[in-house]
Design a protein around this ligand. Structure first.
Ligand code: PMV
Length: 289
């Protein structure tokens, strides 16, 4: 029996723009997903297509127990975390000798298969490696991690990432002269944000601009507008949608000592809020229960 855990992720900057090769900045976050894999000749069918695909890819058979505090289908990378933790636990249980880079690559392939070719490598890479990751085109590079006071607000409106990606593609085709410069500007914001990671006030302003630009490319939602507004009114330095938009989650950058106020404001505005911090470990082995 082997138990491994993997973190979720948020986009600090650059979602959607990364699909067009522009820079984006993603961060591994708590909570983690825990997965236990046990060798088994005739396991019960897995409840998740991601887990099924993990065993198919590795050519082994086992039973799986998943425990997660992370909301699913909310844009926090829970399916990537399940995939990465399952692969790592199976790798351990069956002594397959796969390195982290290989786990990340296989996890990406699995997400692409299950999501029919629409998954970027961001979620699986960040969940495997942990920390703060700069994405530019096909390159993914870990940058120096920082401690940010972040609150996540889940709108509890489920969304489809692939539908939102499609929507932006249609919008860009319809109005290339408008949408392309906005995607460029989002990429520029990412690079500017990277330079301001230790200046929360500035960083918050950049997050606000990023949120407005996400609205401008058509991935806004009234529930996100409401939560972002509530977080700012409660004293956040900045707030934005994280992930594909159209529902899902937003993040707020809080002053030190301001997280409780922001959390209450988000809950009062109809969201489900929780405080998060960076996870620098990535996928890791846990003690077996
Ligand atoms: O909703 P999420 O967390 O899976 O984020 C999607 C991010 C996009 O940039 C919209 C798509 C992608 O694959 O990077």
């Amino acid at each position: 029996m082997a138990t491994w855990s993997a973190p979720g992720k948020i986009f600090l900057f650059g979602e959607h723009a990364v699909v067009y090769g522009k820079p984006g900045l993603a961060m591994a976050i708590k909570p983690r997903v825990h997965v236990t894999v046990r060798r088994h000749r005739n396991p019960a069918p897995a409840k998740s297509p991601y887990i099924d695909q993990c065993f198919r890819e590795l050519g082994v058979r086992g039973s799986v127990y998943v425990s997660s505090q992370m909301p699913s289908s909310a844009g926090l990378g829970s399916s990537a975390a399940v995939t990465v933790a399952t692969l790592s636990a199976a790798n351990d249980e069956f002594g397959l000798g796969l390195e982290r880079e290989e786990i990340a690559a296989i996890a990406h392939r699995i997400e692409q298969t299950v999501q029919k070719g629409r998954a970027s490598a961001t979620d699986t890479y960040v969940s495997t490696m942990g920390g703060l990751v700069l994405i530019i085109g096909d390159s993914r590079r870990r940058v120096l991690p920082v401690n940010l006071n972040l609150v996540i607000g889940n709108t509890q409106m489920s969304h489809s990432t692939s539908r939102m990606v499609e929507l932006v593609a249609e919008e860009r085709e319809r109005r290339p002269n408008v949408i392309s410069p906005i995607l460029d500007a989002i990429g520029a914001l990412t690079l500017e944000g990277l330079r301001k990671l230790d200046e929360p006030r500035e960083l918050g302003r950049l997050m606000n601009v990023n949120h407005a630009l996400l609205d401008a490319i058509g991935v806004g939602h009234s529930s996100l507008t409401r939560l972002v507004g509530a977080a700012r009114a409660a004293g956040a330095f900045g707030a934005k949608t994280t992930g594909a938009g159209g529902g899902g989650c937003m993040i707020a950058l809080s002053p030190r000592g301001g997280k409780t106020r922001i959390t209450s404001a988000l809950d009062a505005a109809g969201g489900r809020a929780f405080v998060t911090t960076i996870d620098t470990a990535g996928v890791r082995k846990e003690h077996d229960a």
